[in-house]
Design a protein around this ligand. Structure first.
Ligand code: WT7
Length: 644
């Protein structure tokens, strides 16, 4: 197929293809009976520089998952260029600053296109080439989205690192993928706090020899150090370039980005997504799950540092030519009415947030909701962790006024897009249920031995048995790790790491992780990562970390630590541990509770019995289960007595 703009933008008042339950069932059946035909049809509405030769080549044993093989495209052409004909002056982003009195900014599609092209030229001027990895470490400013798209424009691979990570976490991620350039700001605002960014980058780069250039956006006008020959200012660089930057032709299976995420063991792994399948799947899910309609205003409150922001702030809304709100701040600043104020200000139609935010705002009380109309809202979304019934009901009644469908969307960094979710206005919802698989998604529950659990009213480990277009391709630099983590537990299945119930109606309810991964305020954190950070403390010989139910965060972090220094002041030790974890990972991984113990419950073979530690952390002292394999039962008695 020739490069052309003619085959896009079908003239529809709604972009969604699923508007009734029957349509959902038909699409679902087609996606299972003929996945290649199904996804080829979806892919055809994009601009391709060359059409694919074949749609799918896969096996879960290597694993190998390739979509739209031989196809050539550039995702930014689909996000930006193809909209210039019809929506050049439509707003792509309304940017709302942290401080409600600071200047709000908006970008039309034309302006965004121009900024992306210019910054893409800045990247080239600074040595970036196709395939190079570029680390982006920025707060939620429009230039973050611009930087992401500029990388994609020239075929460089972006690796966005959440701005809350520490210098050490940042350097680990930069080193793992040998980034050549880092893009950051001088500082960041977070509620009433100011946060250094460039200083953190400077510290991280002491151990990152691969980095040749740092591009710094001035945002907080903070005092920063500029390293001669390495550091350049965004603004100065932008003055040197023009806005002419042809989009690099990319193979459908060329890497689009790396995003690091925590697993149950070891260092965070770089999840790799590629250009073609990711583009097709994120747009399809965006339009259908939210039942997106032309002209609507969409707001996803996530940070672009996480997959939700990649897929549903940057790529999918732009692919659909939507207008999005991008928010720099936090839900409680200057007060707990901020989300609702912003919804009214921009007349948001579709609002997508996390249960942890809903719970925090519920606790703040209805006085913060009452001043706002919220009458523009049509669809509400939830993502990142299981939503409890109470929070679901509160969201439904007080925010949606009982008339907005709630889509509880289950998915993961590795899945690229939403997987199990209601379709707004189509699927009958049930509080706490992600409900039904989206077209293209074939879930299966298995027991611990890998046997399929058939029928309804059952519970098991959630796996997916067929590839969808935005399935993880590899973990950067270590394909074997990808195989081990996701495709080896149960042969020929993708294992999600989540436990799941399927009720009498065939509806799915995610029960949470079944591995050693915690979900704290929607942030995914490995217990092993926190343990290794704690163990850096000179007085700690060993530690064990587990998650426990937390009213607002979903899960809190409970650490059991063994201290060698018997004379150590306990409060001082706790403070030092928090500082250590903040230094190694970042404040999001700070334990909520630290219990100092003299030993950990272990089996005779030396394995920590986490099950017991979890029970104690949950406060279920009298229900510890089988303790007969314990090496030293006294340890458990001591731990129970000292539980926090
Ligand atoms: C883990 C993935 C999906 C983007 C944000 C998180 C949990 C996610 C839900 C939901 C219950 C959920 C799962 C999953 N999770 N959405 N709607 N209901 N649990 O991405 O950081 O890769 O975390 O978040 O446990 O495995 P992530």
């Amino acid at each position: 197929m020739r490069f052309s703009f003619s085959n896009f933008g079908r003239n529809r008042s709604t972009m969604a293809t699923i508007n009734t339950l029957e349509q959902y069932q038909q699409e679902y059946q087609k996606s299972v009976n003929d996945p290649e035909g199904f996804w080829a049809e979806k892919a055809e509405q994009f601009v391709w520089k060359k059409k694919w030769d074949s749609v799918l080549d896969w096996n879960f044993s290597e694993p190998k998952n390739k979509w739209f093989i031989g196809g050539k495209l550039n995702i930014t052409e689909n996000c930006l260029d193809r909209h210039l004909e019809k929506r050049a002056d439509q707003i792509a982003y309304y940017w709302e600053p942290n401080d409600p009195h600071a200047k709000a900014v908006s970008y039309t599609y034309k302006q965004l296109h121009e900024q992306v092209c210019k910054f893409a030229n800045v990247l080239k001027n600074n040595g970036a080439q196709k395939g190079d990895r570029i680390c982006i470490y920025m707060p939620m400013v429009p230039e973050l989205a611009i930087a992401v798209l500029a990388c994609a424009r020239i075929g460089a691979v972006h690796s966005v690192v959440f701005g809350g990570f520490s210098a050490s976490a940042l350097s680990g991620r930069i080193q793992d993928s040998d980034c050549k350039i880092v893009i950051c700001t001088d500082g960041a605002y977070r509620g009433a706090k100011g946060i250094p960014m460039k200083d953190t980058v400077d510290e991280a780069l002491e151990v990152c020899p691969s980095v040749e250039k740092v591009i710094v956006l001035e945002h907080t006008q903070s005092n920063i150090r500029m390293v001669e020959g390495r550091d350049v200012m965004w603004k100065n660089e932008m003055e040197k370039v023009n806005a002419d930057c042809p989009a690099e032709p990319m193979d459908a299976e060329d890497m689009l980005f790396i995003l690091y995420t925590s697993g149950s063991t070891g260092k965070p792994k770089g999840v790799v997504h590629t250009c073609g399948g990711y583009m097709v799947y994120t747009q399809y899910t965006f339009e259908n799950v939210f039942n997106y309609r032309e002209g609507e205003v969409f707001w996803c409150t996530a940070d672009i540092g996480w997959i939700t922001g990649h897929s549903y702030i940057v790529y999918a809304p732009l692919l659909s030519g939507a207008t999005s709100v991008m928010f720099e701040g936090v839900p409680t600043y200057p007060d707990a009415g901020r989300f609702w104020q912003v919804i009214d200000k921009y007349k948001v139609n579709i609002f997508y947030t996390a249960p942890t935010a809903i719970r925090a705002l519920e606790v703040a009380g209805l006085d913060f909701v009452k001043p706002y109309k919220l009458d523009s809202l049509r669809v509400l979304g939830s993502v990142g962790e299981p939503i409890n019934e109470e929070a679901w009901n509160w969201y439904n009644i007080n925010i949606g006024k009982g008339k907005c469908p709630i889509v509880d969307t289950w998915w993961q960094t590795e899945t690229g897009g939403m997987m199990i979710s209601p379709i707004a206005g189509v699927t009958k919802t049930k509080p706490g249920f992600a409900t039904l698989p989206l077209p293209g998604v074939q879930p299966i529950l298995v027991d611990d031995k890998g046997n399929e659990i058939i029928g309804n009213g059952v519970e098991g480990n959630l796996c997916i048995k067929f590839p969808w277009p935005s399935i993880i391709r590899t973990t950067y630099g270590d394909h074997e790790r990808c195989r081990q983590n996701y495709f080896a537990t149960y042969p020929n299945l993708y294992f999600t790491g989540d436990g799941c119930k399927r009720d009498e109606d065939g509806y799915y309810r995610i029960t949470g992780r079944v591995d050693d991964v915690m979900n704290v305020s929607g942030h995914r954190i490995g217990t092993a990562e926190v343990e290794s950070a704690i163990n850096m403390h000179a007085d700690i010989v060993e530690s064990a970390v587990v998650g426990y139910p937390h009213d607002i965060k979903g899960q809190g972090i409970y650490a059991y630590v063994i201290c060698t220094n018997k004379n150590k002041d306990q409060e001082a030790l706790r403070k030092e541990i928090l500082a250590e974890v903040t230094k190694v990972i970042g404040p999001i991984a700070k334990p909520d509770k630290i219990q100092i113990v003299s030993g950990l419950p272990k089996t005779r073979s030396g394995k920590i019995m986490r099950r017991i530690l979890r029970k104690v952390a949950e406060g279920e002292m009298n229900n510890l289960g089988d303790t007969s394999t314990l090496l030293d039962p006294n340890v458990v008695e001591e731990i129970k007595a000292g539980a926090l």
